[in-house]
Design a protein around this ligand. Structure first.
Ligand code: SER
Length: 610
């Protein structure tokens, strides 16, 4: 079964069980300054997991694009990827453990509607109870019931976590079976489903962790039973209604059910790796995997509005692309071939992610440009590195490799590792921060990986201001303006849009004036939910080429939709009235701080309310 059949089957299985199919949110969280990318399916759904009503209803199913770049060094082994897709079904205060567990079992084992896996090869972990949170006896009983009905063994492992014949359920502690993204937010105990990749070895025996480390049992699906919200103070508040958050990694599942021992052997990667081989003069498999992974991630990031830069998401993209260039060199790939690898990635994925085909040329150009840019300094930079690599790399040398030769710090670290020397990373960071507009606090927040306080009043104000800005830019610059990206912190908004030239001072002033007028007019911000066709007819702004669900939430500024000043497809949150943008004393004004190019035909505005 190939990956696109798995996607389709999953969505269809849950659609038939009352779930609305919702599209993936873009990779870059819109209103969450604390994470650079969505790292799990639940992230874009946090407001709804905390109780907000979702326009599509209480049962959702999706395939969410995710990026995790924590262990970039591990990429190229069997399991680690920087970009991946997560299949998930969601109950927002609707069904709970019984339905979730039964459906998981049914989807995995049903030959007609699901993956048709052999039930005998499934094992599950559950939350054993720890740190004042009780053992999940419900999940244990439900699993036992399911297994018994299907003629399977139902024994539960003891405190020693040892598997022996008959044991199918393994209770584990918070480290393994309690799920939270970062440090705060919706969370709860979970049950993870594992697949036996080597049944020919006979019954699974031994300590659970060893069996997993030997890759005999591989986790394929996680069902989180979200019952709490962990606050910044570290307390667990009970949610008004518990949710179900499930996550099944598409790549890993595709590998496992096709009997492949790694994700790179699946249809998700084979065309990309074959293309890389065409351009290579070496058989270095790890290098091929690195290039495949990084270009795939880069294509999706650029498709969602990220461009290579030295900060934030742009930096992550830059570091992936530059690492890809170095590995392409190891493979003897011709200069400029990453462009063609990107083309293959787009071919492979654009059926499902249609924005990739509408944006095809821009994505390829962006990758090509970054490759050429880096090549101008790579060779000299490597020589320079060799010169300083006679001893550990000092902060000053690491910084000069970065600023003069474009070496991302991770690349310097990686090169140093290959030589068995160290880099003064802390020193580098200090040096780096001195040169950045980002405050140290800002940078730390971004790398902590916690969840946004989407309820922060400043962020909400900037979110509404972004809508006003989007419309005002249309008013002043014409209909050709399209949103390319948005990022909000408590200190400013940032908005990327397509436009061919630098804005004049007069145009900037006009945009500011329009927005300040809308603030002064104290206009209400309203929201409606409409079926997609009707929503499109309203003329509300949305991303061309982006997939939307069947029920659309529209936010509009004004008393009614027909006469609204701004209308956009959007999940919120927003202020209730534009007057709130003027701050508590009604004195703030909207001000554009900066207007600059981020790439060919894409401009960036940074603006504040002050
Ligand atoms: N949030 C859980 C995970 O990412 C399940 O979706 O594993």
């Amino acid at each position: 079964m190939n990956s696109s059949e798995i996607r389709t089957k999953f969505l269809e299985f849950f659609r038939k069980r009352g779930h609305a199919v919702i599209p993936s949110a873009p990779l870059v969280p819109e209103n969450d300054p604390t994470v650079l990318f969505n790292t799990a399916g639940m992230q874009p759904l946090v407001p709804y997991l905390l109780g907000k009503e979702h326009p599509a209803g209480k049962r959702l199913v999706d395939v969410q694009k995710c990026v995790r770049t924590g262990d970039i060094d591990d990429i190229g082994d069997n399991r680690h990827l920087s970009f991946f897709e997560m299949l998930g079904n969601w109950s927002l205060g609707d069904y709970f453990k019984k339905e979730a567990i039964n459906w998981s079992y049914e989807f995995l084992t049903s030959k007609e509607e699901g993956l048709g896996l052999d039930p005998n090869r499934l094992y599950v972990t559950v939350f054993k109870g720890e740190e004042g949170i009780p053992r999940d006896t419900d999940a244990i009983a439900i699993w036992q019931d399911v297994f018994k009905k299907n003629g399977l063994s139902i024994d539960v492992a003891g405190e020693d976590e040892v598997m022996k014949p008959g044991v199918r359920i393994i209770p584990l502690g918070t480290k393994d079976n309690f799920w939270i993204a970062g440090t705060t937010g919706p969370c709860g105990g979970d049950t993870e489903i594992f697949y036996d990749t080597k049944p020919e070895l006979g019954p699974v025996t031994g300590k659970f962790v060893d069996v997993v480390d030997s890759f005999r049992l591989i986790e394929i699906w996680n069902n989180v039973f979200m019952e709490f919200n962990k606050t910044a103070e570290g307390t667990y508040e009970k949610l008004a209604k518990p949710n179900v958050d499930t996550g099944m990694g598409l790549e890993r599942t595709t590998a496992v059910i096709n009997g492949k021992d790694h994700v790179f052997a699946t249809d998700l990667f084979l065309p990309i790796l074959n293309k890389i081989s065409e351009f290579s003069t070496s058989d270095n498999d790890k290098a091929k995997r690195v290039v495949a992974d990084h270009i795939r991630a880069a294509v999706f990031m650029i498709g969602d509005g990220v461009v290579p830069l030295n900060t934030d998401q742009g930096y992550v993209l830059r570091r992936l692309l530059r690492r890809a260039v170095r590995y392409a060199d190891m493979l003897g790939m011709k200069h400029g071939s990453l462009f063609w690898i990107a083309e293959t990635v787009i071919d492979k994925y654009s059926d499902f992610y249609t924005n990739l085909s509408t944006d095809r040329e821009r994505i390829k150009q962006e990758i090509d440009k970054e490759e050429h840019k880096f090549r101008q300094t790579l060779k000299v930079g490597l020589k320079e590195f060799e010169k300083c690599a006679t001893q550990d790399i000092s902060a000053a040398n690491a910084f000069s490799l970065f600023s003069s030769y474009g070496f991302p710090i991770d690349m310097t670290i990686e090169l140093a590792k290959e030589k068995g020397i160290k880099v003064d990373v802390d020193g580098f960071k200090k040096e780096f921060e001195k040169h950045q507009e980002l405050s140290r606090k800002g940078a730390e927040q971004k790398f902590k990986g916690g969840l946004a306080d989407a309820g922060d009043p400043m962020i909400i104000r900037y979110h509404t201001a972004t809508h006003l800005l989007h419309q005002a830019l249309h008013d002043v610059l014409g209909e050709g303006v399209g949103q390319k990206g948005s990022n909000i912190t408590t200190e400013r908004l940032r908005f990327d849009f397509s436009y061919g030239s630098k804005m004049t001072d007069e145009q900037k002033k006009k945009v500011e004036d329009i927005i300040n007028e809308k603030i002064a007019q104290k206009l209400p911000m309203n929201q409606v939910n409409l079926p997609r066709e009707e929503a499109e007819k309203t003329g509300a702004r949305h991303f061309f080429g982006e997939k939307y669900g069947d029920q659309i939430s529209i936010y509009f500024v004004g008393n009614d939709l027909a006469s609204a000043y701004s209308k956009e497809f959007c999940g919120g949150p927003h202020v209730k009235n534009t007057s709130e943008l003027a701050g508590p004393e009604g004195k703030w004004k909207f001000k554009i701080l900066k207007e600059e190019a981020v790439s060919q035909g894409v401009r960036r505005i940074k603006a504040v309310l002050e």
